[in-house]
Write a protein that binds this ligand. Structure first.
Ligand SMILES: Cc1cc2nc3c(=O)[nH]c(=O)nc-3n(C[C@H](O)[C@H](O)[C@H](O)COP(=O)(O)OP(=O)(O)OC[C@H]3O[C@@H](n4cnc5c(N)ncnc54)[C@H](O)[C@@H]3O)c2cc1C
Length: 418
């Protein structure tokens, strides 16, 4: 048994962008920190995302016709959202909850809670990147969604008043402005939506690696081991049981992405997480250049300029997390991108798949375990875990240190599913 019972000691389970941000923040706030991951830091979904820092991702995942479309989604392999038939029985209760989140009152609650989180996300992100000397990996040139269909653009523009009502900047832009912003886009663009405050990370894996190095430089530790259980061991002490032993500390934070579910289920929680798998295709020699993340409005995935080339990333595939990846979905992104970026080249393209941890209401779980008060959790960041990583870290650090959090957190607790 390894004990670290200093009042400010903490163990963080998971070295993805959420766990590493929390670990670095806790260290900056004076805690002794150990991170435990069964893989190298940044081996999970955090390494392959689209690098888009977007405040606008505040809507629940379901749309009113999700259940109606479910049978078709199980059959159409090329749709932006697919459900593997074997996963459907597992997804049905999730889909039911997702549809319930569309009722007016819960819907409004999700919007205001998510807007409160994302509104502070980018300032918190800047603070962590500065601490880790990783500012060169982040830039702020806005984000663009480009549409070919006027009807699809009109439909999306209904969200403008929602964003603006929460102080999140978003504006409709003409076809000419879209092409001026991104000259590589095709001629038949109907228009777009521009988010002036959005930003980009040009190397998501590298960013986490900077955090890990800074953490270690500040005296933190990163261990490679699999966590089997987390529990309250004494009034002010929690324990982490791993394959190779037991560790204890004043606080334990579970930030193990999609695999957090079983650890919290052992503590009596219902954790309705879906495995929403996403794909990317990395193009080292795309032959065109973009200045910022561009989302293609109709198929709804992003193209982001990265240090290694152009990354096409997105789509949603609900499937068992460990099922064999269907790399055809990554390759499909190039075919769909050609309709928007006529000059794009696919030479030496590299496909990738990662598992988003997605809750049916689209909100992450951030909180403290009521009956195990030395145990905390932060996972389920779905489509916006990079964006909200640093603000999540600030929230968790305040909970751990019994300080007022930067935003009201009660709605983010897992109790919402009971
Ligand atoms: C295609 C795609 C594009 C995306 N684009 C964006 C974007 O542009 N912007 C954005 O903000 N977000 C984006 N996201 C979402 C974002 O990547 C995720 O929300 C975020 O990475 C989740 O981070 P995490 O740390 O919770 O999970 P992970 O990165 O999966 O980290 C969890 C870690 O926990 C470890 N672990 C698990 N179980 C155990 C255990 N029992 N013991 C020890 N360690 C354990 C794992 O090994 C892993 O390292 C995208 C996602 C995808 C798939």
């Amino acid at each position: 048994m390894e004990r670290n019972n200093a009042p400010g000691s903490a163990i963080v389970v998971g070295a993805g962008i959420i766990g590493l941000s929390i670990a670095l923040r806790l260290r900056m706030d004076g805690c002794q920190v150990i991170v435990i991951d069964n893989n190298a830091p940044m081996s999970g979904v955090s390494s392959g995302n689209a690098g888009y820092l977007s405040e606008a991702n505040i809507f629940p995942p379901a749309t009113p016709d999700l259940l109606r479309r479910l049978p078709r989604l199980m059959l159409d392999k090329d749709a932006p959202l697919v459900v593997q038939p074997r996963y459907a029985p597992r997804l049905l209760p999730w889909a039911w909850r997702a549809v319930a989140a569309l009722r007016p009152q819960p819907y409004q609650a999700v919007l205001s809670n998510m807007a409160a989180l994302t509104a502070q996300a980018i300032a918190a992100f800047d603070e962590l990147t500065r601490e880790a000397s990783a500012q060169h990996l982040a830039s702020r040139d806005g984000g663009l969604v480009a549409f070919k269909s006027e009807a699809a653009l009109d439909a999306k523009c209904r969200a403008l008043s929602v964003w603006n009502s929460y102080g999140l900047a978003a504006e409709r832009v003409s076809a000419a402005s879209v092409r001026e912003l991104e000259p590589a886009l095709c001629q038949d663009i109907a228009g777009g939506i521009f988010y002036p405050n959005a930003g980009r990370c040009s190397n998501p894996r590298g960013l986490g690696e900077h955090y890990a190095r800074r953490l270690v430089a500040l005296g933190g530790t990163i261990l490679r081991d699999e966590v089997r259980a987390v529990r309250q061991a004494a009034p002010a002490r929690a324990e982490v049981v791993t394959t190779n032993g037991t560790h204890s500390a004043a606080s334990v934070v579970v930030a193990a992405g999609y695999r957090s579910g079983p650890l919290l289920a052992q503590l009596g929680y219902r954790v309705p997480l879906a495995a929403e798998r996403g794909y990317h295709l990395m193009l080292p020699d795309a032959g065109i250049s973009l200045r910022r993340p561009v989302v293609f409005g109709e198929p709804f995935f992003a193209a982001t300029p990265m240090d290694e080339g152009l990354r096409l990333a997105g789509t949603a595939e609900f499937a068992h997390a460990d099922a064999k990846p269907d790399m055809g979905r990554a390759n499909m992104l190039l075919r769909l991108a050609r309709a928007y970026l006529p000059g794009i080249r696919g030479a030496a393209a590299k496909p990738w798949m990662g598992v988003r941890p997605s809750f049916p209401d689209g909100m992450p779980a951030i909180g403290r375990v009521g009956h195990a008060p030395s145990v905390f959790y932060a996972f389920g960041h779905a489509h916006s875990g990079l964006t909200t990583s640093a603000i999540t870290a600030r929230c968790v650090s305040s909970l751990v240190r019994d300080m007022p959090p930067p935003l009201e957190l009660s709605a983010f607790r897992l109790e919402r599913f009971h």
